[in-house]
Design a protein around this ligand. Structure first.
Ligand code: SF4
Length: 329
């Protein structure tokens, strides 16, 4: 027995075409089902706890992007298991870094805050200049980077970015069970440097096991002065790996004993809780192109088009080709 909850839209995972989508509830969870005119039906489970989903579904979808996410490069100095940008793949390596005049023409007249992303933006030797340039073009806007933080373990590099006008970092910091052994030590050093040079940190953690939340609590206690916001999200099968058993938002809320103790977000795919005195956004990913991004209110540049973040990622030719290969393998 299933019932339709609401209608939306998506893109076909085989060809990337627009496809109408619908949320339905079944006994074992909530599903998002799309229908491509060429490739037929495709479904994705988005939550295994129907009551939790319906509780979060009462929401305010009012739009209003806060950040323009600007990939500077597809290159990266890491290879994370659930990387969504598929950095270091042959397809990614064929995409040229954006040059300064492209950046200037896209940023000109924008009203959002700017977040340079990648790949890994610190790979760019000219990143300090680009930050300075963005601050000059948009003096009232905040300029940040989405980074894995490895280069920020070098104190003089952290200081250089601060002097360039960097306002904050979105720092991907995962559990030691998730990242290679040598990584967490360097990332801890980077966090120390952020405190030393007064660069606020928005921490982003992806988990493929709810017990990986425990080490997040320890870090929030230790770096309580420098971390101002947290995004906690479950791994989804959009990168190199399929996590197998998926974690849903309800699993995270149950693990933390916060099933009903949260603020609503802009969609059922994000909600806010407090952990160790910090506001934490708990997110999950679904390719619902009919709404503002289910995770963040951000917009992204793909080629020279500016799109809602989730739609942009899934329309990215690199992602589409990789995803399509998986589906047909
Ligand atoms: S997730 Fe980020 S840090 Fe990891 S490989 Fe991808 S771009 Fe690099």
């Amino acid at each position: 027995m299933s019932s339709i909850l609401s209608e939306s839209s998506s893109i076909c995972p085989f060809c990337g075409s627009d496809a109408p989508g619908v949320y339905i509830t079944r006994r074992d969870g909530v599903y998002f089902i799309l229908e491509c005119p060429v490739h037929g039906m495709h479904e994705e489970k988005v939550e295994n706890d129907v009551d939790s989903f319906l509780y979060r579904y009462e929401m305010d979808y009012s739009p209003g992007p806060k950040h323009l996410v600007f990939p500077l490069t597809y290159r990266c100095n890491m290879k994370c298991p659930y990387c969504y940008s598929l950095s270091n793949t042959p397809e990614g390596n064929r995409v040229a870094d954006r040059n300064r005049s492209q950046i200037e023409s896209i940023l000109s007249g924008r009203t959002e805050n700017i977040m340079f992303s990648g790949g890994e933006p610190t790979i760019r030797q000219d990143l300090p200049d680009l930050i300075l340039h963005a601050k000059t073009l948009l003096p009232d806007r905040r300029v940040s980077i989405a980074t894995n933080g490895l280069k920020l373990a070098n104190p003089s590099y952290a200081e250089t970015l601060k002097e360039s006008g960097l306002d904050f970092i979105l720092f991907s910091l995962h559990d030691s069970g998730y990242e290679p052994e040598r990584i967490p030590g360097r990332k801890m050093q980077a966090l120390e440097n952020m405190g030393r040079y007064n660069i606020p940190v928005w921490l982003s953690r992806t988990i493929d096991n709810v017990r990986q939340i425990d080490s997040l609590l320890t870090i929030l206690e230790r770096f309580r002065k420098v971390i101002f916001h947290v995004t906690l999200r479950s791994a989804k099968p959009y990168g190199y790996f399929n996590p197998g058993k998926e974690i849903f938002i309800s699993d995270i809320l149950k693990y933390l004993g916060k099933e009903r103790d949260h603020e609503k977000g802009r969609s059922p795919f994000n909600c806010y809780i407090r952990i160790a005195g910090r506001r934490v956004k708990v997110s999950s990913w679904v390719c619902d192109t009919g709404r503002l991004d289910p995770i963040d209110d951000d917009i992204l540049i793909v080629d020279d088009r500016i799109l809602p973040l989730h739609r942009g990622l899934r329309l990215d030719p690199i992602l589409i080709s990789q995803h399509t290969k998986k589906q047909t393998a």
